[in-house]
Design a protein around this ligand. Structure first.
Ligand code: VGL
Ligand code: ZN
Length: 203
């Protein structure tokens, strides 16, 4: 079937644990929810991602002796920041924020469920090779252009935007609908890297 070119709103990890009061709270994370809900109506497709870790996930500092959250370690696939336990499968913290309009989504994509590999990006796990399946889904739907929103700007939004760009999509990060963790300048690094790659940093 021939389909018109269409555009995706990719909504990253708007879950309780990334909002104020959550286990890995992003400062003012909840402020983006109302504008994201409003934006959903402007897209032919809306995909939500959900960070979805097993209880003993290797990205949790609690799984490593003498390590604290925000320490960095070397994993088989490269360096990995260690996090507080968050978005544990089936927990309240892993649920989408109650104000997020989940009904408008045509796909909910879970990531980070492999106990040994983290997955910031919506396209590939942190080993940079294991696909999540999202690229195939979008190709089947003839989607060529992606607007990204959600949490956190400098981790899951950043890695998703980078991969989307590498895969050939036309990519925009809607800055006012993201909030950052901002660890050692990670927000500025993310913004610069994406701009250099040709990603649009939109308002
Ligand atoms: C995220 C750290 C760990 C994110 C997920 O959604 O940006 N950050 N897991
Ligand atoms: Zn996570």
């Amino acid at each position: 079937m021939v389909q018109a070119m269409s555009e995706l709103l990719l909504v990253i990890d708007i879950q309780n644990d990334f909002c104020p009061g959550g286990a890995l709270a992003v400062d003012r994370g909840h402020e983006i929810i109302a504008p994201v809900n409003g934006a959903m109506h402007n897209y032919s497709s809306v995909v939500l991602t959900q960070d979805w870790h097993p209880k003993h996930h290797s990205s949790f500092a609690s799984q490593h002796a003498q390590k604290n959250p925000l320490d960095t370690i070397e994993m088989s696939y490269g360096s990995q920041v260690l996090w507080p336990d968050h978005c544990v499968q089936g927990s309240e913290g892993a649920n989408f924020h109650p104000n997020l309009n989940v009904d408008r989504a045509d796909l909910i994509l879970r990531k980070g469920f492999n106990p040994d590999v983290d997955s910031y990006s919506a396209f590939f796990e942190n080993d940079k090779t294991t696909p999540t399946g999202l690229h195939g889904y979008l190709q089947n739907k003839n989607i060529t252009s992606i607007d990204l929103v959600g949490l956190a700007t400098d981790f899951c939004v950043f890695y998703s935007a980078m991969d989307a760009c590498k895969l050939g999509y036309s990519v925009t990060v809607l800055d006012h609908m993201t909030r950052a963790i901002d660890l050692n300048g990670s927000l500025e690094t993310a913004r610069k890297t994406l701009l250099e790659m040709g990603v649009t940093w939109g308002a």
